[in-house]
Design a protein around this ligand. Structure first.
Ligand SMILES: C[C@@]1(CC(=O)O)c2cc3[nH]c(cc4nc(cc5[nH]c(cc(n2)[C@H]1CCC(=O)O)[C@@](C)(CC(=O)O)[C@@H]5CCC(=O)O)C(CC(=O)O)=C4CCC(=O)O)c(CCC(=O)O)c3CC(=O)O
Ligand SMILES: NC(=O)C1=CN([C@@H]2O[C@H](COP(=O)(O)OP(=O)(O)OC[C@H]3O[C@@H](n4cnc5c(N)ncnc54)[C@H](O)[C@@H]3O)[C@@H](O)[C@H]2O)C=CC1
Length: 192
C-alpha cells in the first residue's frame, strides 16, 4: 500500500517570517486556516490587489500588506513562503526563487510545487492534531478535521494541565516518572 512519508513538525510561527504571495480567494483560505491555528503568526502579504475579505483576515492577525507585484527581494528574511496567485508563471517563479534560496515553499493547490503541505488542524487548548492525506484528498483532510473536532473533548486541556502539574509532584528519577505517568494514563487508551 502507498504510504505517507511526510514528516509533520509544529512550527513556532510567532518567531518565523511567512510570506504570502497573492491576495485573492485562495490566499484568503490559506490565511484563514493559518490564522485559526496560529493567530500569532508573523505574515507579510505581497500582492498588487487584495480582496476585502482577505484584508480583513490580514488585519485581524496583524499581517503586513505590500500592494506590489511579487519580486525576489520580498523573500529576504522569510523562512516560509506560500504562493497563491492566479498567474502560474508567477507561482513557478516564486517556487524556483525559493528553491535557490533554500526557503520552504508551498504553491497552494499545486502539489508538485510544494516543499510542504498545509494540513487539516484541530486545536483544543494545548493539544493540536494535524492531518495529511499526502496531498491525495484535501476534502478527506477537511472531513477528518471536522470529525476530530467533534470527538476530542473540549476539556482535554484540563487533563493535560493536570498531568503537567502531577508530574512535578512525582519523586524519583526520570524512569520512575515515566513509569508513573504511563500507569495513570493507561486507561485513556484501554477504556473498556
Ligand atoms: C496538496 C495540498 C497543497 C496545499 O495547498 O497545501 C492541497 C491541494 C489541493 N487542494 C485542492 C482543493 C481543495 N482544498 C480544500 C481544502 C484544504 N486543502 C488543504 C490542503 C491541501 N490542499 C494540501 C494537501 C493536504 C493533504 O495532504 O491532505 C487543507 C487541508 C489545509 C489548508 O488549505 O490550509 C484544506 C482543508 C482545511 C480544513 O477544512 O480543515 C478543499 C475542500 C474544501 O474547500 O471544501 C478543496 C476543494 C475540493 C477539491 O477540489 O478536491 C486542490 C484541487 C484544486 C483544483 O480544483 O485544481 C488541490 C490540488 C490537488 O489536489 O492536486
Ligand atoms: N478559488 C478557488 O477556489 C480555486 C482557485 N484555483 C486556482 O488558484 C489560483 C488563484 O485563485 P484565486 O485566489 O481564486 O484568484 P484571485 O483572482 O482571487 O486572486 C489572485 C491573486 O493573485 C494576485 N497576483 C496576481 N499577479 C501577482 C503578482 N505578480 N504578484 C503577486 N500577486 C499577484 C492578484 O493580485 C490576486 O490577489 C487560480 O489560478 C485558480 O485557477 C484552484 C482551485 C480552486
Amino acid at each position: 500500500m502507498e504510504r505517507n512519508n511526510l514528516y509533520p513538525i509544529f512550527l513556532k510561527t510567532v518567531q518565523l517570517e511567512v510570506l504570502l504571495v497573492g491576495g485573492g480567494y485562495v490566499a484568503e483560505e490559506k490565511l484563514r486556516f493559518l490564522a485559526k491555528s496560529s493567530p500569532d503568526a508573523s505574515v507579510t502579504i505581497v500582492t498588487p490587489m487584495i480582496r476585502k475579505s482577505t484584508l480583513e483576515v490580514a488585519k485581524r492577525i496583524g499581517a503586513k500588506v505590500k500592494l506590489k507585484k511579487y519580486r525576489r527581494k520580498y523573500l529576504k528574511g522569510k523562512q516560509l513562503v506560500i504562493a497563491t496567485t492566479d498567474v502560474p508563471a508567477v507561482n513557478e517563479t516564486v517556487y524556483r526563487d525559493c528553491r535557490k534560496k533554500h526557503k520552504l515553499v508551498n504553491v497552494a493547490d499545486n502539489p508538485p510545487l510544494c516543499d510542504f503541505y498545509m494540513g487539516g488542524i484541530v486545536t483544543k487548548g494545548n493539544v493540536k492534531v494535524a492531518i495529511s492525506t499526502n496531498g491525495k484528498s484535501p476534502t478527506t483532510a477537511k472531513r477528518l478535521r471536522q470529525f476530530f473536532e467533534e470527538v476530542i473533548p473540549d476539556d482535554i486541556n484540563k487533563m493535560v494541565l493536570n498531568l503537567n502539574s502531577y508530574r512535578k509532584t512525582i519523586k524519583g528519577d526520570f524512569e520512575q516518572k515515566v513509569d508513573k505517568m504511563n500507569e495513570i494514563t493507561e486507561n485513556l487508551v484501554n477504556s473498556n
